[in-house]
Write a protein that binds this ligand. Structure first.
Ligand code: RB5
Length: 150
């Protein structure tokens, strides 16, 4: 993953700014879809903007942050082709890539501190999905359900 879209509401704004600096230092190409200053905004607006970019292939991955990460994860999961994962530790981050092929990482700005968040992000970015028959079949069932009944 090289091109990353990042977004946050007011609950995740400060963590977003911290992670942007770290990711920039590591050479990632970042697109920030807001919020661009600390102010009250609706997390679904940010989540849909970022998730649609991932869905269209304009970014390989997305990072979305709200207070808990839950709202961002709920909203991003509705977008076709997006697998969003709320992670609170490195193990979840690794497994969300290996087993779920998550392409959007959700974090809680009021849940994890900046250094733990950075550690989660690094683990997530460095792990590639397992693409064996079993994992592809399981992920395919989710996408099929969303397309047909979502
Ligand atoms: C906003 O106060 C808060 O509800 C939001 O950041 C998020 O945690 C929602 O899931």
């Amino acid at each position: 993953m090289k091109r990353i879209v990042i977004g946050a509401d007011h609950g995740g704004y400060h963590l977003k700014e911290f992670l942007k600096e770290r990711l920039g230092d590591e050479g990632y190409l970042l697109e920030d879809v807001g919020v661009l200053e600390f102010k009250d905004v609706d997390y679904p607006d940010i989540a849909f903007k970022a998730a649609e970019k991932v869905s269209r292939g304009e970014a390989e991955g997305g990072i979305l942050i709200c207070g808990t990460g839950i709202g961002m994860c709920n909203a991003a999961s509705l977008v076709e082709g997006v697998i969003a994962a709320l992670c609170t530790n490195e193990y979840m981050a690794r497994m969300s890539r290996l087993h779920n092929a998550a392409n959007v990482l959700c974090l809680g700005g009021r849940v994890v501190g900046p250094e733990l968040a950075w550690s989660i992000v690094k683990e997530w970015l460095q792990t590639e999905p397992l693409n064996d028959e079993k994992r592809i079949r399981r992920r395919g069932k989710i996408e099929k359900y969303r397309k047909e009944k979502g």
